[in-house]
Design a protein around this ligand. Structure first.
Ligand SMILES: *Cc1c(COP(=O)(O)O)cnc(C)c1O
Length: 406
């Protein structure tokens, strides 16, 4: 935004000058000397940015100047977070949005036109599916869903109208892990762009850009913000490929307030520390649940019996805090009793924050779906989704044990 930002962003946007993950998360994208010599970035509360005179306006229009015009196109507080996120992800550019859904919707609307097709792996966040099926379809974009992890089915679904291949990894709430090598190979073979929603993995556990994926998106509401106190989303990739996405954000306006940007920037400083604990808690709690007499089965990529365990170990640094498990009793009331008896984990949707959250997907997200649709989307009545926070694993385990036994 300001001229002085410019020189600094040049060496932090594409790659971090630091070897360590936390060093990048703390210092990446930031100027060394900031306004008022403060150690932290200012929260710049401005909806508009003024010009000294008419010539300055004309210069701004005619030249590629690093300054602000109007905050729907960005402000200093969101630009510093964008540079930091790009440095953490190892991406050329990052565009910050007011939510994960605003990020996904703006990306897809920027890239797709009537008659285009996209191919999705079918395990996905229910609102992403809803946006494609209910809204994108009204603008003549066709969404094809193929079975998650069936790379042949994905390749077979590609036509000369296909513009994008989309998947989450790991998927929500089934925690299937995608083989990015095969996914990217399909995109390259047919000259189709690829998008990975890596919200559950985060840039700490998974590096989709290095694997050759074109676009990575995250709901920054989850692990990146990390404190269950903000909504944000980000799309990352190459600057030239993201130019039309940035322009459309300026039209649709899914931007963050400067205060929200500050919270996200603050949260990112402890990102690696939190992820290390989320990974440790996820693994320990998943192992505990997998041997519990009241638990039928556990879905967690870090468990040897997970179908994608070998791929996960080969391609991910850790497996996060999200665990999906099933009570032995198949009735939804039995799972509800376990959820209700938890005294540590709170009942709520979302994941990736410091506080553990627990929920029953059937009740929380699929209550109004028909039994046939729930079966199609793989949401049994007795499924429980636990998002481990960064509390101590012993306490999470003791609480689950009493909830399962009583
Ligand atoms: C939460 C979530 C989203 C949506 O993000 P919001 O910030 O809630 O809009 C998208 N994808 C995945 C995998 C998510 O978990």
């Amino acid at each position: 935004m300001s001229n002085s930002d410019d020189s600094n962003s040049a060496n932090t946007t594409n790659s971090s000058p630091w070897a360590g993950f936390s060093t990048t998360a703390i210092h990446g994208g930031e100027q060394r000397q900031k306004a008022h010599d403060a150690i932290t970035d200012a929260i710049v509360c401005a909806s508009t940015f003024s010009f000294a005179n008419t010539q300055a306006v004309i210069d701004f229009i005619e030249q590629d100047q690093q300054r602000g015009e109007y905050a729907r196109y960005g402000n200093p507080s969101d630009m510093v977070v964008e540079r930091k996120l790009a440095a953490i992800e190892g991406a050329e550019d990052a565009i910050l949005f007011s939510s994960g859904m605003a990020a996904l919707v703006t990306l897809l609307m920027a890239k797709l036109s009537a008659g285009d097709e996209i191919v999705f792996f079918d395990q996905c966040y229910h609102r992403s599916r809803e946006f494609c099926a209910k809204y994108l379809s009204r603008y003549g974009v066709i969404t094809k869903q193929v079975q998650t992890g069936n790379y042949q089915a994905m390749a077979d679904a590609v036509t000369d109208r296909t513009k994008m291949l989309v998947s989450e990894s790991p998927t929500n709430p089934h925690l299937s892990v995608i083989d990015l090598e095969q996914f990217v190979a399909i995109g390259r073979r047919f000259h189709v762009e690829t998008l990975i929603d890596a919200t559950l993995a985060t840039p700490y556990n998974l590096r989709p850009i290095a694997a050759g994926v074109d676009y990575v998106m995250h709901s920054a509401t989850k692990y990146l913000g990390g404190h269950n106190d903000l909504l944000a989303g980000v799309v990352l990739g190459r600057k030239a490929q993201l130019a039309d996405v940035r322009s459309l954000r300026g039209v649709l306006g899914g931007v963050n307030s400067p205060h929200n940007c500050y919270l996200l920037q603050r949260g990112l400083k402890t990102f690696e520390l939190r992820m290390q604990r989320h990974n440790e808690n996820g693994q320990r709690v998943a192992e505990f649940l997998s041997t519990h007499p009241m638990v039928d089965r556990v879905l967690y990529p870090g468990l040897p019996n997970h179908p994608d365990h070998e791929l996960a170990v080969r391609t991910m640094r850790g497996f996060g805090g999200l665990i999906t498990f099933f009570t032995k009793d198949p009735n939804w009331q039995a799972a509800a009793r376990v959820v209700d008896r938890c005294q540590l984990a709170r009942i709520g949707p979302s994941l990736g924050g410091v506080e553990s959250l627990i929920e029953q997907p059937y009740v929380m997200s699929y209550f109004k779906y028909s039994p046939a649709d729930r079966a199609r989307f793989g949401i049994p009545d007795n499924m429980i989704r636990l998002a481990c926070g960064v509390e101590n694993a012993e306490d999470i385990i003791a609480d689950l044990d009493q909830a399962l036994r009583s």
